[in-house]
Design a protein around this ligand. Structure first.
Ligand SMILES: Cc1ncc(COP(=O)(O)O)c(C=O)c1O
Length: 408
């Protein structure tokens, strides 16, 4: 008997793949929590106590009894009524005029982002992003052999002036730039929200240099301060914005319902890409979201989420100010995350491991979110999941480990 040499069977693409620090951390925490309670500032998920499971249970029971094809395939592009309902949702919540025909329902925003790469990106293409940016998009798009070039942010979001400089430089080198990927509201991992001026400038740049913009709106509905912010897509007059939507962060990540909204020629290609991939997004989840939207429940869940996460964000910010006043961190007006810069000499991976092992607190090392190898000493803190009464204690333990390691 000869055992196969598996290595020779793998595609060369495998070398472009690396583990997601978030998914890895979630696995570690799951094991650890079996032994001891862990305060988790790790994954970016809604608090299960905010989600209306009782309402979902009632809806699911109605749907399973009344929709004959509830466990059959839907069209690849999604249940037609849900596509129409999402179009209405985009008008009501995002001031975007569109129609169900321009919408494809996907398995979360994650699949939407993968599809964009499949239909648009080739090895060697350049993609421009905020630095840092959402690690799972970076990992997913790197599978396609693209080069990701980051541009820094400040409190107003992406430095569009520096973005333009980058574009000029890359064009001079004869590089093909295709997309700008941005998370303008409650950015992951920084929590930063892009100002309206920057949003306008970004659209001007896209037009001037003939680029498309992928607008990831995962956190658009979790805004904690009164802010005059509109999605890029609502201001896009030329059809340059591909809108990636997700119901995960308000209605629940496990439903796995997201969508892509794009101009018709792009939608056609998305359909062809999705058809053989998964036939369709999970049909029971599509119907649950459809009923949530139809019955006007989204606004209610959203209001409850905002109320809860605003309190938790404030608790985390005051704890950081109290226990770690000398360290730099972001102050989000939206989203689920705060970035924290540890003292320069600390390595965030080792720090996160020690914090979990010794202090039972989970955080995400943020280095993989940085596209240029910087950010070795940065960690990402999620504030939506932990119980409010444990947030200060979690931050206090982070401060204890910082002190312990700094004095060595
Ligand atoms: C910026 C961003 N985009 C997209 C996603 C994907 O979420 P989902 O696939 O659950 O819609 C996430 C999840 O963390 C995210 O943070």
């Amino acid at each position: 008997m000869t055992k196969p040499d598996y290595e020779k069977f793998f595609s060369s693409r495998i070398n472009l793949m690396s583990p997601s620090p978030i998914r890895e951390a979630v696995s570690k925490i799951a094991y650890k929590s079996k032994i001891k309670p862990v305060i988790s500032f790790a994954a970016g998920e809604p608090d299960p106590d905010v989600l209306p499971r009782d309402i979902y249970a009632k809806l699911a029971s109605e749907i399973f009894l009344n929709v004959k094809k509830i466990v059959n395939y839907s069209p690849a592009e999604g249940v037609p009524d849900l596509r129409d309902e999402i179009a209405k949702f985009m008008k009501e919540y995002e001031s975007v005029e569109t129609s169900g025909e321009n919408i494809i329902v996907t398995v979360g925003g994650s699949q939407a982002l993968d599809i964009v790469a499949r239909i648009m990106l080739e090895p060697g293409d350049i993609v421009l992003t905020e630095n840092p940016s959402y690690v799972n998009t970076l990992l997913c798009w790197r599978h396609y052999g693209v080069r990701i070039v980051g541009t820094p942010m400040d409190d107003e979001g992406l430095r569009t002036d520096l973005l333009e400089e980058n574009i000029k430089k890359l064009k001079n080198e004869g590089r093909l730039i295709k997309l700008v990927y941005t998370i303008p509201t409650g950015q992951n991992p920084s929590g930063i929200t892009m100002s309206m001026d920057r949003r306008k400038h970004l659209l001007e740049i896209a037009s001037k240099y003939d680029l498309l913009v992928v607008e990831d709106t995962a956190y658009n509905h979790l805004v904690y301060e009164k802010a005059e912010i509109k999605p890029l897509r609502s201001m896009d007059k030329e059809g340059r914005v591909i809108y990636v939507g997700s119901f995960s962060k308000v209605l629940g990540t496990g439903l796995r319902i997201g969508w892509l909204e794009a101009p018709e020629p792009i939608i056609q290609k998305i359909r062809y890409s999705k058809q053989p991939m998964d036939m369709c997004a999970p049909v029971p989840s599509q119907y649950i979201v459809l009923e949530v939207l139809r019955r006007g429940l989204f606004g209610k869940v959203k209001a409850k989420a905002i109320e809860s996460y605003r309190v938790k964000r404030d608790l985390m910010l005051s704890a950081l100010d109290k226990y770690l006043p000398e360290l730099k961190h972001t102050r989000p007006v939206a989203g689920m995350f705060i970035l924290l810069w540890l003292p320069e000499k600390l390595d965030s991976f080792k720090f996160a491991d020690m914090l979990l092992d010794k202090y039972d607190v989970a955080v995400i090392p943020a280095a993989p979110f940085f596209v240029d190898g910087s950010g070795r000493n940065v960690i990402r803190l999620n504030f939506s999941m932990a119980k409010p009464e444990l947030i200060e204690e979690g931050v206090r333990r982070i401060a204890s480990l910082v002190e312990e390691l700094s004095s060595k």
